[in-house]
Write a new protein. Structure first.
Length: 117
């Protein structure tokens, strides 16, 4: 099982980034896919999630209207489109796969996003 995030980097405030999380080793369509982030000295927090059954999404209030999660089941990949980035969005971003019928879950290794001028 592998979840490999990519797309992180340094961006100026107000800029955009798109993160990708490529999955392998499990049946992607039976897993909800979510994005978390962890800033230095803070606990890991949920950014948003995509339901496995219908692809519906939900987001943390702090990113609503700025971030969008999408998934491509044909490519076993989930994306996090981040717009209007703020310095407080700086964190390591992780994707997580959670089985829809069991507590089984997997984490990626994370990708750093830094928002700074």
């Amino acid at each position: 099982v592998q979840l490999v995030e990519s797309g992180g980097g340094l961006v100026q405030p107000g800029g955009s980034l798109r993160l990708s999380c490529a999955a392998s080793g499990f049946t992607f369509t039976t897993y909800a896919m979510s994005w978390y982030r962890q800033a230095p000295g803070k606990e890991r927090e949920l950014v948003g999630a995509s339901n496995s059954a219908d692809g519906s999404t939900n987001y943390a209030d702090s990113v609503k209207g700025r971030f969008t999660i999408s998934r491509d089941n044909a490519k076993n990949t989930v994306y996090l489109e981040m717009n209007s980035l703020k310095p407080e969005d700086t964190a390591v971003y992780y994707c997580k796969a959670t089985h829809q019928w069991s507590p089984l879950s997997y984490w990626g290794q994370g990708t750093q996003v830094t928002v700074s001028s």
